[in-house]
Ligand binder design. Structure first.
Ligand SMILES: [Cu+2]
Length: 176
């Protein structure tokens, strides 16, 4: 499962939990209870929740953020330098094998561009900003052989639409 799919799943689980709590409170809203007995319990729960959230805000980022950018499967990546120009791509390597993990190091020689990888049905698979003066990294694993298209995803002037390139991914077995 991809990181995006996992994040989506966790988000939906969180939303479902919130909806569940809301419906539970709604269903119980008609029940009356003495305020004096409910208040201390609610306040103690609130205090516990505060510390759980506080711990979560430090622990989760500490464990996850230092791995960015995520390298798929933790495999050593092929490093590819990408420089965007008005209006073309300069890419240090365009031929890969299926299953290869690639770390694109993306910069720009002039203005802001968007480096976006598309599959053959023109679906965006990954994208990162190409900015002058910065090198932005994006890790991508080419699972399937085929031709992947590179298109500029940020309007950068007159021939923005002409900023096209292709990456060729061959089956690992063919190259043996
Ligand atoms: Cu552009």
């Amino acid at each position: 499962m991809t990181i995006q799919a996992t994040a989506t799943l966790i988000s939906f689980a969180g939303i479902a939990l919130m909806v569940g709590i809301f419906l539970f409170v709604l269903a119980r809203s008609g029940d009356e209870a003495a305020y004096d007995t409910v208040q201390p319990r609610a306040y103690s729960l609130r205090k516990q929740l505060f510390f759980i959230l506080l711990a979560g805000f430090f622990i989760v980022p500490a464990l996850t953020l230092r791995h960015l950018p995520y390298s798929p499967d933790g495999v050593e990546s092929t490093v590819v330098d990408v420089t965007a120009h008005q209006w073309r791509w300069e890419i240090s390597q365009t031929d890969f094998t299926a299953g290869e993990s690639v770390l694109f190091r993306v910069g720009s020689a002039d203005v802001n561009h968007g480096f976006a990888i598309y599959d053959d049905t023109n679906r965006v698979l990954a994208q990162v900003q190409a900015m002058p003066g910065y090198v932005n990294e994006i890790a991508f694993k080419f699972d399937d052989p085929g031709t992947y298209r590179i298109m500029c995803l940020e309007y950068c002037g007159l021939v923005h639409h002409g900023m096209l390139a292709a990456l060729s991914v061959t089956d690992a077995r063919e190259t043996l």
